[in-house]
Design a protein around this ligand. Structure first.
Ligand SMILES: [Zn+2]
Length: 358
């Protein structure tokens, strides 16, 4: 999956009527319920339960076509990953699918827009990082994304190569594989020597080092680095929530609480949306301009359109924020608990254009 694939998803428009079927299917073959293609049966159960809620004839026809498309795809699918994500939009026949290597909860939505929240959460929790595995004679480079590890071959690294040569290759990894974070791997005296030699642009990306044998299997490199990546993610979450809670109400650059956060999303002011894992709340959405509200309105204050209830306005908020290019940070554990003290959701806002110009 590339940045371009995601851009395609994240810019997909909201439709005037329900035409989008989104499916997250857990296909993990270590789960007994998924063996003997049990995931196909689970998909059928999901689609038939949605079908029973549709009473409008043209909509039902659209749903049957969408369900048929996805069921057909799954019937030919050979499970290799842990999860399969699929979107079908009957408005233009758009179809997107992706296997992912992280655990997902089986669920489906029939709606006016792509159901992106679980994918956005997974992207945040399993952020892309690079691994630089090195000893005196060899260098191995990897990229980890959504629980999958990929190794890249680089030419010209031999017994006489200097650590200096490593820097060139690490730059290559960062630039061509869109790796924001790096883990150094190998014997500790070599990784610490390497860390000391890295130019600042690379050193700032290193979030840890781990002792791994140079000829380790890729899956062992993945599990050794996964643990420190998780720990790093938890630390980032705690820091982010601390900043948000500390700043909320004191300056114009942050908001906290559902109502204020929705207002910031509606006016496209969110730079990063932060919310506690599991937060959900019923709310309202303008049928015309898609503005979101935590409380019912007689009409939309932005465009005068009518306002419909939505079962989970948090889910909608994530989708809208993603589409407007905001970063998403879902926080877990203790960070989630402390964010709940200010409503479970908040945002860092974009710098105001006016103040930049001033
Ligand atoms: Zn509106």
């Amino acid at each position: 999956m590339t940045q371009g694939d995601l851009q395609l998803l994240f810019s997909h428009p909201e439709r005037p009527h329900r035409s989008v079927l989104s499916v997250y299917l857990n296909v993990d073959q270590s789960h007994r319920s998924n063996s003997n293609r049990g995931f196909e049966k689970q998909l059928k159960n999901l689609t038939s339960s949605i079908r029973s809620t549709i009473h409008d004839a043209p909509e039902l026809e659209g749903f049957r076509a969408a369900a048929h498309h996805i069921e057909d795809f799954v019937s030919a699918y050979e499970p290799r990953a842990r999860g399969l994500v699929m979107f079908f939009d009957g408005t233009d026949g758009f179809f997107w699918h992706q296997e992912i290597g992280v655990p997902i909860h089986t669920q489906a939505r029939w709606d006016r827009e792509l159901f992106l929240q679980p994918l956005a959460n997974a992207l945040d929790q399993f952020e892309r990082y690079g691994v630089v595995l090195v000893d005196r004679a060899r260098l191995r480079l990897f990229a980890v994304f959504l629980g999958e590890i990929e190794e890249f071959t680089r030419e010209g690294f031999g017994p006489n190569a200097q650590l200096r040569r490593v820097i060139k290759d690490v730059d290559w990894l960062v630039q061509t594989k869109q790796v924001h974070w790096l883990v150094l791997a190998g014997a500790s005296e070599i990784t610490s020597e390497l860390r000391g030699m890295l130019p600042k642009r690379l050193a700032l990306r290193v979030f840890g080092a781990v002792d791994v044998a140079i000829d380790a299997a890729a899956r062992d490199v993945l599990s050794a680095t996964r643990a420190i990546a998780d720990e790093y993610e938890r630390g980032t979450e705690a820091q982010t929530v601390k900043e948000l809670v500390g700043a909320a109400g004191r300056n114009e650059k942050t908001v906290a609480g559902l109502g204020r956060t929705l207002k910031a999303i509606n006016s496209d002011r969110v730079w990063e949306l932060i919310y506690s894992e599991g937060l959900a709340s019923p709310g309202f959405e303008c049928v015309k301009c898609a503005a979101l509200f935590s409380q019912e309105k007689t009409s939309c204050p932005y465009c005068g359109g009518s306002v419909d209830p939505v079962s989970d306005v948090v889910e909608r908020a994530v989708e809208h924020a993603v589409r407007k290019g905001a970063k998403i940070e879902v926080v877990t554990g203790e960070a989630a608990a402390s964010l709940y003290n200010v409503g479970g959701i908040g945002a860092f806002l974009k710098a105001r254009t006016a103040s930049i110009r001033a």
